[in-house]
Design a binder for this molecule. Structure first.
Ligand SMILES: C[S@@+](CC[C@H](N)C(=O)[O-])C[C@H]1O[C@@H](n2cnc3c(N)ncnc32)[C@H](O)[C@@H]1O
Length: 236
């Protein structure tokens, strides 16, 4: 990860709160294009650990040689998730994101064998059904970002028996989104399409961008990592 910049926490908080404030997709992706060069320095200031937490969660349950596993990183941004997974022995990555600026930075890492632009929630994922051993979506399932309608697509492109790892936040303005997400996760489980393997609640997920979003005056919001396994006998 990049070294920390000279920006103050307040400057970074101001910048990040822009992304969550009801812009349309085109504006939002332009925002990410403009943020790409400083994204990694800024998330250090925010103590954003979601890529590391998701990678550890997947690695702790993954069966078989991780070096052979083909991993799809959805909303890959600058590539922090692949970086964390590489440290755990994974090395075959494909990435998707809507922001060309973010994809350009991810490409420079040299970790992804394939990177594609994709408007998540608006189009199907550009992948065959049952293609990936693991699919991760970190930091992008939240209010004002990618709609929950992408979740069945994450499941579709995962191999039977493969894993889907997702994160979301518990802050006030994301509670409605999180409830909708949970209903969908449960519905897919009740239909026998996948099984919940792990739910990891994390108190200090990242520094809050506004005081009213923080948990009990801590200055942090909490978040959660979900890990599901696609039913081995499922026919897609
Ligand atoms: C907070 S960043 C997370 C990046 C990376 N997964 C990480 O954890 O560092 C969110 C990413 O989602 C992408 N994104 C947000 N909404 C999107 C959408 N509807 N379609 C495609 N990409 C989107 C942004 O371009 C950005 O790269």
């Amino acid at each position: 990860m990049a070294a920390s910049s000279g920006r103050s926490l307040a400057e970074v908080q101001r910048r990040v709160s822009e992304v969550h404030h009801g812009t349309d997709l085109e504006q939002q992706l332009r925002f990410y294009d403009g943020w790409a060069a400083e994204y990694e320095q800024d998330v250090i200031i925010l103590h954003y650990e979601a890529p590391k937490l998701a990678a550890s969660c997947l690695a702790s349950v993954f069966q078989g040689p991780s070096a052979d596993a083909l991993v799809l990183d959805v909303a890959c941004g600058t590539g922090l998730v692949a970086q964390e997974l590489q440290a755990k022995g994974f090395c075959r990555f494909h990435g998707l994101d809507g922001s060309q600026g973010m994809l350009d930075h991810a490409r420079r890492k040299g970790l992804y064998q394939e990177l594609k632009q994709c408007m998540l929630g608006q189009e199907a994922l550009p992948a065959s059904s049952g293609f990936y051993n693991a699919v991760l979506m970190v930091g992008a399932l939240s209010e004002g970002q990618v709609p929950t309608s992408v979740i069945p697509e994450l499941l579709r492109v995962t191999k039977p028996g493969g894993f889907v790892c997702m994160t979301t936040r518990n802050n006030q303005s994301n509670l409605k989104y999180k409830k909708q997400m949970l209903q969908l996760l449960d519905d897919l489980e009740q239909r026998g399409l996948w099984e919940k393997i792990r739910v990891q609640e994390v108190e200090q997920w990242e520094r809050a961008t506004a005081e009213q979003e923080a948990t009990g005056g801590s200055g942090y919001i909490s978040g959660v990592v979900y890990l599901y396994q696609k039913t081995p006998s499922v026919g897609f």
